[in-house]
Design a protein around this ligand. Structure first.
Ligand code: NAP
Length: 246
């Protein structure tokens, strides 16, 4: 029987991995269903939560999943924790694909914070016009702020949101030229980002460096210990092909 792989997705890496494995392997990509029109990966797609650790463990057994790949976003820590526990309970091998985080270089003025609340608290000392690129969830942390926000997200944010804000609906990849223009057009004097990593969203960091504005960077949540982790899609593909059952 063709091995069946479950990819926990919602990232470019998940889509590229499904593309690399399909159709030689039976690939099912799972999406949380948060984005209204996700870019579809090849293979089968299932949408929506599993119902916690127990639900996912049951799903792995009932669907006869041979291998589960956690290719979720570095900040999707709930899903990552659930996947680690469920895979162990179900006795299914788990691989985590985690792209490297952003690294500051000479000229960067980065302020690391642990949470979006901490980012909101740090902002008043840093600037007045904020480019907020942390996604549409979590805007509540900035709701009481007197600062002005340019919020970029894939789908429209829902309240609570900052009082003074403009929303830019867009999805990466973003270009350096485009990011430079945004910073200039909106007179941005501080940028807020998660340490998502990846090339798609990196140009904003270079644009911020060029104009010398500070960047507030939210630290990643830690990964559970003891997991097998790779950082690239080719490494994930190699690991999967070398760890198939039979
Ligand atoms: P989360 O807080 O870690 O997950 C919350 C719950 O959502 C999970 O317990 C699970 O529900 C469900 N879920 C999450 N990812 C799922 C998936 N791939 N397939 C099925 N159910 C999933 O996750 P999040 O931060 O809200 O992210 C949701 C999705 O968006 C993820 O797939 C992630 O890769 C993607 N994403 C997140 C971010 C971010 O900044 N957090 C950015 C870009 C993309 P049950 O407990 O019911 O199984």
């Amino acid at each position: 029987m063709t091995p069946r792989i479950l990819i926990l997705g919602g990232t470019t890496e998940a889509r590229l991995l499904a593309t690399a494995l399909h159709p030689q392997l039976e690939v099912v990509t799972s999406l949380a269903g948060r984005v209204r029109a996700p870019v579809p990966p090849p293979g089968r797609i299932r949408i929506g939560g599993f119902g916690g650790v127990e639900g996912l463990a049951r799903h792995l057994v009932e669907e006869r999943i041979d291998l589960v790949v956690d290719a979720t976003h570095p900040f999707a820590s709930g899903m990552t924790g659930n996947a680690a526990e469920a895979a162990e309970r179900a006795g299914v091998a788990l691989l985590v694909v985690r792209r490297p985080g952003f690294r500051p270089v000479d000229g960067d003025r980065w302020v690391w914070v642990e949470s979006l609340a901490a980012a909101a608290a740090a902002l008043p000392g840093l600037g007045e016009r904020v480019f907020l690129t942390t996604g549409r969830t979590g805007l509540a942390a900035f709701a009481g702020s007197r600062l002005w926000f340019l919020v970029r997200s894939v789908d429209l944010p829902r309240p609570p949101v900052p009082d003074r804000m403009r929303v830019l609906l867009d999805r990466g990849p973003f270009t350096l030229e485009g990011e430079r223009e945004l910073l200039a057009e909106h007179r941005i004097d501080v940028l807020v980002t998660k340490d998502s990593g990846g090339a798609m969203t990196q140009p904003k960091l270079q644009a911020a460096r060029e104009v010398g504005i500070p960047v507030v960077v939210q630290r990643r949540p830690p990964l559970p210990s003891g997991l097998t982790v790779v950082t690239t899609v080719p490494d994930a593909e190699r690991w999967i092909r070398g760890n198939l059952p039979g």
